[in-house]
Design a protein around this ligand. Structure first.
Ligand SMILES: *[C@@H]1O[C@H](CO)[C@@H](O)[C@H](O)[C@H]1NC(C)=O
Length: 334
């Protein structure tokens, strides 16, 4: 009798719990051996950049650049899409500071400790900022140079697909290396400047502050990362998916995290581009807000814009079906 009571109590508790389950963005897992090859290319300051490549190089090449504080693994739902793999030649890489790439630092700790860390970082920005957009662009250049030494670029179509900060990085590459022909650009939750003023008690701004805590307090830094990834999607990430993002963010050196405060605007450059561009905008993105997304899209000369409902800043995982279809359609037309 007692045992039965216990069991019925257990079952009741179980039912109550399952009744409040909310829809989540799950972590899909993918086969380990998919025929990708990987290697390092050496870029500016001797930094080794980890690259992965797959698919028939005779097909148009898509180069995926991921978001701030994320690795190439962010692209798994696209990288493992059978149709994308069959139609295109795919390349993805880890930024300097992330994933398997080198993680240079500027020895911020060993210089004059009377200055706060921001002052020391900002005073180094022109010469030795190891994580500027321009240096990320040199990494992309090193990668593309390696591809051009292997494949006939005269015949080749190259499309840059960026997510979030991957867009200003792709644009910086195009700006700094105008001799390399890029045939299309896709902005997924991208932005063209970071000079937007944060509103008072803006949650995101507070998380970013923790991320670059002047004492580099580990607990604050990780809480900041946790906060940022919690606000990445409209439906919450499953715990597993959030752990994937947290884990890849955790390796980022302080200098990488600090680079986010360096002001930039690529608005003027973007307005000179006439190649086809596609903007994917999540209607519920709170990291790059709608006002900015519309401003960015309005600058282009050859822009197509697609909005996703009930999607936040991470269409890569939040709306795999439509995003993969839109990638295929866009690149096939080029
Ligand atoms: C940055 O973007 C905002 C829109 O979010 C725009 O109003 C502003 O003019 C832009 N600034 C620069 C320097 O491009």
């Amino acid at each position: 009798m007692k045992l039965f009571k216990l069991f019925s109590g257990f079952i009741f508790a179980f039912l109550t719990v399952s009744a409040v389950t909310v829809a989540q963005v799950p972590l899909y897992t993918f086969p380990a051996d998919d025929g990708s090859k990987n290697y390092y290319v050496t870029s500016e300051n001797g930094v080794n950049i980890f690259v992965e490549e797959k698919g028939d190089p005779k097909n148009p090449t898509i180069i995926f650049s991921s978001g701030f504080l994320t690795s190439r693994i962010s692209w798994d739902p696209q990288w493992f899409d059978p149709e994308i793999c069959e139609k295109f030649h795919l390349v993805r890489y880890d930024y300097r500071g992330m994933g398997n790439s080198d993680k240079p630092n500027m020895n911020l700790y060993s210089t004059d400790l009377n200055d706060d860390i921001f002052t020391r970082y900002m005073s180094n920005i022109d010469n030795s900022n190891s994580y500027s957009l321009d240096l990320h662009a040199t990494d992309l250049f090193a990668l593309i140079s390696k591809l051009s030494s292997e494949y006939d670029f005269k015949e080749k179509k190259i499309v840059l697909v960026g997510w979030s900060i991957g867009v200003p990085i792709s644009l910086s590459f195009m700006k700094n290396y105008p001799d390399i022909m890029i045939h299309g650009l896709m902005s997924i939750s991208g932005f063209v400047n970071n000079t937007r003023k944060a509103a008072d008690n803006d949650k995101i701004a507070l998380f970013f502050q923790d991320l670059i805590d002047p004492q580099d307090d580990w607990f604050k830094v990780v809480s900041g990362m946790d906060g940022i990834f919690s606000l990445n999607s409209y439906k919450p990430f499953s715990d597993e998916l959030k752990l994937l993002f947290l884990g890849s963010a955790a390796v980022a050196p302080l200098e990488y995290r600090l680079s986010v405060i360096t002001p930039f605007s690529l608005a003027e450059f973007y307005s000179t581009i006439s190649i086809p561009t596609l903007h994917i905008i999540g209607e519920n993105d709170i990291i790059v807000d709608m006002e900015h997304s519309l401003y960015f899209a309005s600058l282009g000369q050859n822009v197509e814009t697609i909005f996703y409902k009930e999607v936040g800043h991470c269409p890569l995982w939040e709306n795999i079906k439509d995003l993969n279809k839109d990638i295929i359609n866009f690149v096939s037309k080029i």
